[in-house]
Design a protein around this ligand. Structure first.
Ligand code: FNR
Length: 189
């Protein structure tokens, strides 16, 4: 039986020194056995325009088509995002909107691990809450525990490596839970 699990992950922050992108990159060393992670950049995704979002994808921007294909190929998703104004950053919501349309949306029913890092005390708790209606409407299933990294400046070293052992342990638990759910889904196919 083929047990390899393929994950796709993206960061909701576009800036070079992003703590959330550091967090996403740190996952490569924390993955369970037989799990791989493709990191996708959302930097080139244009603003959503319904005129270009045709069902046959003929008009869709190439970056959007590529993004949707990467999600389609993945067994599960990892979203790592900052909290902007108590909510989901516009660039990330915009990307989700592009991937959400049509009966063939690759997000429908997808299992997702959500995590976020903020420089403040509350570690993206309100971004997590803001995602709940999005997951609800798309039938996406979120695995626990939730990962909320507060005071991010203290949790990474100068090279961008995650150095907080508590956070690493929590992430390992979340990724194991994700693997378990995805293996069950594969068994039931
Ligand atoms: C923020 N930040 C922020 N932090 C927070 O805990 N709650 C919030 O509502 C906001 N709002 C917010 C809005 C905007 C427009 C920006 C740019 C920032 C601070 C945020 O946590 C901090 O900048 C993080 O470092 C952003 O994540 P990256 O870019 O480091 O991944």
């Amino acid at each position: 039986m083929q047990n390899n699990i393929r994950l796709a992950g993206f960061s909701g922050s576009l800036r070079k020194g992003s703590f959330n992108t550091m967090l996403l990159n740190s996952l490569q060393e924390l993955l369970p056995a037989d799990v791989s992670l493709e990191i996708i950049s959302i930097t080139e995704i244009p603003l959503y325009n319904g005129d270009l979002d045709t069902p046959d994808a003929a008009e869709r921007p190439q970056t959007v088509v590529a993004f949707r294909n990467s999600i389609e190929k993945a067994d599960g998703l990892i979203i790592v995002s900052p909290e902007y104004n108590y909510s989901i950053p516009g660039v990330l919501k915009n990307t989700i909107d592009w991937a959400s349309r049509g009966k063939d949306s690759p997000l429908l029913g997808k299992t997702v691990a959500l995590m976020g890092a903020s420089t403040g005390m509350w570690g993206t708790v309100r971004m997590h809450l803001a995602f709940q209606p999005v997951f609800l409407t798309l039938g996406m299933k979120q695995v626990k525990p939730e990962i909320m990294v507060s005071k991010a400046k203290d949790k990474f070293d100068g090279s961008g490596k995650l150095i907080d052992e508590f956070t690493k342990d929590l992430i390992k638990k979340q990724l194991s839970a994700l693997k378990e759910v995805l293996l069950k889904q594969k068994d039931n196919k």
